[in-house]
Design a protein around this ligand. Sequence first.
Ligand SMILES: NC(=O)c1ccc[n+]([C@@H]2O[C@H](COP(=O)([O-])OP(=O)(O)OC[C@H]3O[C@@H](n4cnc5c(N)ncnc54)[C@H](OP(=O)(O)O)[C@@H]3O)[C@@H](O)[C@H]2O)c1
Length: 332
Amino acid sequence: MILVAGGTGTLGTRLVRLLSDRGMEVRVLTRDPARAAHLPRTVQILTGDLREPAAVAAAVRGCSTVVSAVHGFVGPGKPSPESIDRDANLALIQAAATAGVEHLVLVSGFGVAADHPMSLYRAKFAAEQALRASGLRWTIIRPTSYLETWIGVTGAKLADNGQALVFGPGRNPINFVAAEDVAVAIDLAIHDQSLRGQSLDVAGPENLTFTQIADQLIAASGRPGRTRHIPLPMLRAMSVLARPAAPSFARQAHAAVMMNTADMTVDVSAIRDRLPTVPATTLHDLLTRQPSPEVPPADARPPRRRESQRPGRLPRGAEQRHRHGRRRCSAR
Ligand SMILES: NC(=O)c1ccc[n+]([C@@H]2O[C@H](COP(=O)([O-])OP(=O)(O)OC[C@H]3O[C@@H](n4cnc5c(N)ncnc54)[C@H](OP(=O)(O)O)[C@@H]3O)[C@@H](O)[C@H]2O)c1
C-alpha cells in the first residue's frame, strides 16, 4: 500500500492516477473526501488532517511507501508552512519510522535552504533534514514551479472576461515544470532502488516569463484577450501589510515579488541527465493536448457544478468523475 498525502492536489492527482494505472494499491489522505471524488475508484480514501496525530498514525498503517505531497502555503483550514511543511511532515516522518514504512518520498522545492527568504522553503528544508536523520529510506524531490498551477492562476478569469492575470511586470524568466512530469519522477523514485537516499531536482524544459504564459493562454483560448498586471509596488506592500490579518495572502504576495525579482532560471541539462526518462512537457504541449485530470480548487466545498466555472481552471473539457464504489474510511 502506498500512502499519498496530498493525493487530491495538482501533483497528487497525477501521481495517484499513475500509480493506480500500474495496479498499485493507493491510499489518499484528505481533510475532505469530496476533494477526492475525481480519483480512480480503486483508491482508498482516508479522511483526516495531517496535523492530528491519530490521522497520521492511521494514514501510514500498513503502508510500505509514503509520499508527502502536501503544503501549507495556501488553502483551507488556516495552513502555514510551519504547521504543514515542517511540523506535519515531521510527524509523518516519525509515524512512518515507527510503523516500519520502507521508503518515504518527500516533495520539497527547488532551492530550499535554511536561510531562504521564503518561509515555505525554510520549512521544507527543515523537513528534509528530519527525513535524512530519521533512519528511513528516503528520496527527496525538489521541483520548480508547476505549469498546471500557474496556468490555473494566470488563466482563471480568461474564459469569463478575456483577461489573463499576471502578478507584477511578469518579465522575469522562471523555470516551470509540468506537475505530470514530477509525478513520473516520483513514480521512478518509488520503483528505482538506486534513487534511495537521493535529493532530485526536477525542472522543466522552459524558462518562461509570466507574460509569455499569459500570451500563450490567450492565443490558445482562440479569442481576443488582454493581460491585467497587479503592480509590483502593491505586491510588495501587501506582502508586509497583510501579514497579521491574512498571512496566506501575504505569503502569496511575497512569492509574487520573488518571482519577479529573483533569478528563477534553471540550466536544465544537468538535471535531465540524471532523470533522462522523465518527459520534458512544455506549456505548448499542455495547451494543445486533450484535457488532463482536473483537480477541484482547494477551497471548493462542495465541488462546483460546472467545470467552466471553476476558479483557477481553464474550461478544458469535462472531468471524468468516479463517484461510486469508493472505499472510504475516517481517521477521526
Ligand atoms: N505548485 C507548485 O508550483 C509547486 C512547486 C514546487 C513544489 N511544490 C510542492 O508539491 C507538492 C504538491 O503541491 P500542489 O501544488 O500539487 O498542491 P495542491 O494542489 O495545492 O494540493 C495541496 C494538497 O495538500 C493537502 N493538504 C494540505 N494540508 C493538509 C493537511 N493539514 N492534512 C492533509 N492534507 C493536507 C491537500 O489535501 P486536502 O485539501 O484534500 O485535504 C492537497 O491534496 C507540495 O509539497 C508543494 O509544496 C509545488
